[in-house]
Design a protein around this ligand. Structure first.
Ligand code: SER
Length: 609
């Protein structure tokens, strides 16, 4: 790429972004965890708006109505694209939000100012192209944004015409959300930067995937709620949700047409070059393989470093983690490396971002241990598995049973077998594998995202009851087992709650009964639920428990469950809400299962009736 490029570093971009929006009245909030709390519809936080869903739906945020941050995100749907220049499994998303405050004019105007003003990014206006929603039966064409863009481009003497500078596309291109199955969503307007590459043909325009136009920012006008039956209802407030990919924009600013050439990836790539004695730019295939290794190990480091204790497994997040690590190992093998090297590579990942996300440094030991275990286990079966795979390929087709054997006996994630088959031009029976899978009830819910309906994300009444029930449960567990019990994770659907907490031993039947009785008494006594806003320190002093990862910024909400007659406090937790107002509406609480979740963490599944 050519042109006037300031060559800004990622750290500077991140800092400038936060500073710019702070100057426009936004409160800087910290990145939330990569593992969503109380949203069972997705496995990972996929965008900055994701942890903000309750506030987009109308809950009050302690930081106010204008927020900005850099959010750790994971998109596994892009997993097949990784290895091209612009997709990363783990990425940082810079985002600013209006929670029922400003709308299109300010959002687009500020995006433009930040992108083009020399004080900020100083990108060339003539290289910016934008897209807007064309309208359908769910929502009208976004004429307002088209007019705003025309006015903006006029200020730099560009006559922005539809189909030339402003492109109008359907939902597939210009609609964002919900993050899971249900929840806030709306039409969006995207900004692309022209890399000045030759167009790939006459129809080359922003939506084209040839790489000439790179999407760098997305302003979503979240004014709808998608319900479980697929309808789009207007939200009670008009929100703005924007997202700028840090890696992509850094690459653009530095004149690279590849995110892997930025300082966010280069130290990792250099280590892979050293290990494999090959060069990143030797040929396209080497570039691709090294990019995948760097990307997958980086994502694995962030999942393992997220303090939720996710470990490689055959279920949910653990399966995605396993898949990332194992695919990276196979790619390393393709690059000629037979030694255990993921720990060595992960050290470089940690060094690139520990100053922004200190948790990856703090959890270094855990990250190294888990990578080592997984790599040792997988390398033992990989070579034999590949031989077996070759044999299976002789008849030019991998059937469901064979793929299943590769999975159970040799530990090949299915996606890896799919990948191997496609490289060899061999057919793979996906449906048959799924059947096999179901029969063995092993991985019933693994890689599928969007698997439950009706979590807290859609604010359904039942899910809200379950949410309040988790507060009652945590308080009961602390009463029965002791104050060492902390929440480690929570996942709610409208059918059950799943609650992870720190405790080493299995609960006895008596303990389970006692916990149930305490929760059911709290329900019968019809306690009230209220919230107050305070600083995190005040919350701690007030004896509130909760996930103290500073995720709500300066001020937090503290929910108290109390006896309205005596004012006696039953539970006090830092939490974003929402909750029901009186416990008697919860119903009857029953523990269905109590089991180990990971080392030092127990898991309870419970239902309400
Ligand atoms: N949620 C939107 C996106 O991910 C904007 O942040 O593109």
């Amino acid at each position: 790429m050519t042109g006037l490029l300031p060559g800004m570093k990622a750290d500077e971009l991140r800092e400038k972004y936060l500073k710019f929006f702070k100057s426009k009245g936004h409160a800087i909030i910290p990145s939330a965890s990569l593992i969503p709390e109380n949203d069972p519809t997705v496995l990972f936080t996929t965008a900055g708006m994701h942890p903000l869903v309750p506030y987009l739906m109308g809950e009050k945020h302690p930081g106010g109505k204008r927020l900005v941050n850099s959010q750790k995100s994971i998109r596994t749907t892009d997993i097949e694209d990784v290895g091209d220049h612009w997709h990363n499994t783990f990425f940082e998303m810079l985002g600013n939000w209006s929670l029922g405050d400003y709308f299109k004019k300010e959002a687009l105007g500020w995006s433009w100012e930040f992108l083009t003003d020399k004080k900020w990014l100083g990108l060339e206006p003539q290289r910016i192209y934008v897209t807007v929603f064309e309208g359908d039966e769910d929502a009208p064409k976004d004429e307002e944004s088209i007019q705003i863009w025309k006015d903006i481009f006029k200020t730099v003497e560009i006559d922005a015409k539809e189909g030339d500078r402003i492109f109008v596309y359907p939902k597939e291109e210009n609609w964002w959300g919900p993050a899971g199955v249900t929840g806030p969503c709306g039409p969006d307007s995207e900004m692309f930067y022209d890399t000045l590459r030759e167009p790939c043909g006459d129809s080359c325009e922003p939506k084209c995937s040839c790489g000439k136009y790179v999407e760098i920012w997305n302003d979503v006008f979240m004014q709808y709620n998608k319900t479980a039956d697929g309808k789009y209802e207007p939200l009670k407030q008009q929100n703005v949700d924007t997202g700028m990919g840090l890696e992509r924009t850094t690459a653009v600013l530095q004149g690279h047409d590849n995110t892997y050439e930025t300082e966010l990836f280069q130290p990792i790539i250099k280590e892979i070059e050293k290990i494999t004695s090959k060069g990143f730019k030797d040929d396209n295939e080497t570039t691709r393989l090294m990019s995948i290794v760097a990307d997958h190990i980086r994502a694995a480091v962030f999942i393992l470093g997220d303090e939720k204790g996710i470990v490689p497994s055959n279920l949910d997040q653990g399966y995605i983690l396993r898949r990332l690590i194992r695919i990276a190992i196979r790619k390393l093998k393709q690059l000629g490396t037979e030694e255990n090297v993921t720990v060595q590579i992960s050290e470089k990942v940690i060094n690139t971002l520990k100053h922004i996300y200190p948790e990856i440094e703090q959890n270094k030991k855990f990250i190294f241990e888990q990578l080592k275990l997984e790599e040792e286990a997988f390398r033992k079966t990989l070579t034999r598995g590949l031989k077996e795979f070759e044999k299976m390929c002789e008849d030019k087709v991998i059937d469901g049973k064979e793929a299943f054997i590769l999975f159970t006996t040799y530990g090949f994630p299915f996606e890896m077998t799919q990948n191997l088959a496609s490289e060899k031009g061999v057919e793979i029976k996906v449906e048959e594998f799924n059947e096999e899978f179901k029969k063995h009830q092993e991985l019933s819910r693994t890689a599928s995202e969007g698997k439950f309906k009706g979590g807290l994300a859609d604010h359904s009444e039942t899910a809200t009851k379950y949410h309040t029930a988790t507060h009652l449960l945590l308080a009961a567990l602390r009463k029965v087992l002791g104050d060492h019990v902390q929440q480690k994770g929570s996942n709610i659907t409208d059918k059950r709650l799943r609650f992870d907490f720190s405790h080493t031993e299995k609960l006895t039947d008596e303990q389970k009964k006692e916990v149930e009785n305490i929760v059911n008494d709290a329900i019968k006594n019809d306690y009230e639920v209220k919230f107050e806003e305070m600083t995190l320190d005040e919350a701690k002093q007030a004896g509130a428990v909760g996930v103290f990862e500073h995720k709500y910024g300066e001020k937090v909400k503290v929910y108290t469950v109390f006896n309205p007659n005596t004012q006696e406090v039953y539970s006090k937790e830092v939490c974003g809400g929402p909750h029901i107002e009186k416990t008697s509406t919860i119903g009857y609480f029953k523990i269905k299962k109590e089991e180990s979740s990971s080392s030092g963490v127990r898991r309870i599944k419970a239902v309400l009736s």
